[in-house]
Design a protein around this ligand. Structure first.
Ligand SMILES: *Cc1c(COP(=O)(O)O)cnc(C)c1O
Length: 483
């Protein structure tokens, strides 16, 4: 089953295409292309036959682990099934063949779609204005922090600190630091939530913003979020909503009504774009009216029946991406939102909550659930009870691979020892959830009876246990037989 690199399969002179004889006079390349653009040596491309080419890439594609083949309960990532019809819609000729510099009058359809997507996201999140430009959630956070800075600067202020809870996603502090603010980590209460009293104690006029995820990364709804926003606003600090967990909320309640001023939405998580492996995704950012003047240009706007790109925002933070955003992802989100409608989105959320709670109730007697037996769309378990057998969350994750399931997110959030963060999503059946929980329970039993077996897993995968530090620091990108 080993697969040689395509370069290793190469034979000089072998080719996958045969072209007819030239029926026009041949010209030297140098006559057609300026000399300085010509290579000195031909590129080192693999030379293979058509069937070698087809088999190589088909076999590699069959090694993909994806939602279309297996359950993928990666917490925080919302790996749900994405309806194929949305791919069809996004690749319709009228969309796929548009040019970004097409005159506005010839691009009214896509501008209308973008405008209406902004309107839908505003309605879902309770915000006033949206930009579709950011290419991912983390990019949305970066823009969010740029908006925070522009907002305070417009008032002649320069607060320096941004508060993030200790359960926050790593991209939150990174975005804060990249924008030149100082990260201030706030410890959560024993129940996993932000402590409003501790927050009030940490607040002063030097705080620019508070970043929060709701439901938070422990899968808990921040019940005191309205009070938290009041405390922030008393000091004119802005509330930033990390919308990666919107799948636990959409259609039911709105961040805008909880007091948030800026939100990002991960379209690739919540609104139907396959992800994992790096994109493309989209992280549209919505704001309350007071922040609208700072949004990146161009904004998609409507006047009468006409849609247009508005570059006329003197206080804008500028452009943050080429053109207008990852349009195919936005088309898929639009199709998904319209297909489900408000009621459908709420139903999807309820399904996600029911599935997560069902799974939690099946697993909580095997693995400690540090934050109780109720959750939103995801939950965190601890594998710390297996430590006495020398088994860690990492071993449980690797053993799951052999059972045909993708491991959950492990070692995040950082506040839970041996954390395993599980998000089943609304698209899974009860049978799948039962099979997954049985596999988890069986692994816990093996941990007690035969822990060494877990240390050797995965045993059935194409690659076995990797040295994760070495794999990141010294990646070996050449396949060697037997490795
Ligand atoms: C995924 C995620 C992000 C970052 O989003 P990307 O689209 O991957 O950049 C931020 N916060 C949380 C809680 C997330 O789960």
């Amino acid at each position: 089953m080993s697969e040689a690199l395509i370069f290793e399969q190469s034979h000089p002179g072998r080719t996958a295409v045969s072209l007819p004889e030239l029926d026009v006079p041949e010209k030297p390349l140098a006559e057609l292309v300026p000399e300085r653009f010509l290579r000195k040596q031909p590129p080192r491309l693999p030379e293979v036959s058509e069937i070698q080419l087809v088999r190589h890439f088909t076999r590699l594609s069959q090694r993909n682990f994806c939602v279309d083949t297996h359950f993928y309960p990666l917490g925080s990532c919302t790996m749900k099934y994405n309806p194929k019809v949305n791919e069809r819609v996004a690749s319709l000729d009228g969309f796929a063949h548009l040019h970004p510099y097409q005159p506005e009058e010839e691009a009214q359809g896509i501008l209308q779609l973008m405008y209406e997507t902004q309107e839908c996201l505003s309605e879902i999140s309770g915000m006033d204005r949206f930009t579709l430009q950011p290419a991912a959630g983390a990019h949305g956070e970066l823009l969010g922090m740029m908006l925070v800075k522009a907002y305070h600067q417009s008032k002649g202020r320069l607060p320096k600190r941004v508060i993030v809870p200790d359960t926050s996603h790593g991209t939150n502090p990174a975005s804060v630091a990249l924008t030149g603010f100082t990260v201030e980590v706030l410890s959560s209460r024993a129940d996993g939530m932000i402590d409003p009293d501790a927050l009030a104690g940490a607040m002063d006029d030097d705080v620019a913003a508070i970043m929060s995820t709701n439901p938070n990364t422990l899968g808990l709804f921040e019940k005191e979020i309205v009070r938290i926003a009041e405390i922030a606003h008393r000091h004119d600090a802005l509330m930033y909503y990390d919308g990666a967990n919107l799948n636990g909320l959409m259609g039911i309640c709105k961040p805008g009504e909880m007091g948030f001023d800026i939100v990002h939405v991960n379209l690739h998580k919540t609104f139907s774009t396959p992800h994992g492996g790096g994109g493309p995704g989209a992280g549209p950012v919505g704001v309350k009216e007071k922040l609208a003047p700072f949004l990146p240009v161009p904004l998609v706007e409507k006047e009468g029946d006409r849609y247009y790109l508005n570059y006329g925002l003197p206080q804008s933070v500028g452009k943050i991406r080429a053109f207008y955003g990852n349009i195919s992802v936005i088309i898929k989100a639009y199709a998904y939102i319209l297909a489900l409608g408000g009621k459908g989105l709420a139903r999807a959320t309820r399904g996600a909550l029911v599935n997560a709670n069902y799974l939690l109730s099946r697993l909580k007697d095997t693995f400690p659930a540090p934050y109780g037996d109720r959750c939103m769309h995801e939950f965190v378990l601890s594998a710390a009870n297996l430590k006495e057998h020398g088994v860690r969350a990492l071993d449980v994750a690797k053993a799951l691979i052999d059972t045909g399931f993708h491991p959950p997110t492990v070692y995040f959030p950082l506040t839970v020892p041996e954390a395993m963060m599980i998000e089943p999503t609304e698209t899974e059946t009860r049978e799948t959830l039962d099979a997954f929980s049985s596999a988890m329970i069986e692994i816990a039993e093996t941990a007690r009876a035969n822990p060494d077996m877990l240390h050797e897993s995965p045993r059935k995968a194409v690659v076995r246990r990797l040295d994760e530090v070495k794999a990141a620091r010294q990646p070996v990108l050449r396949w060697k037989q037997g490795v």
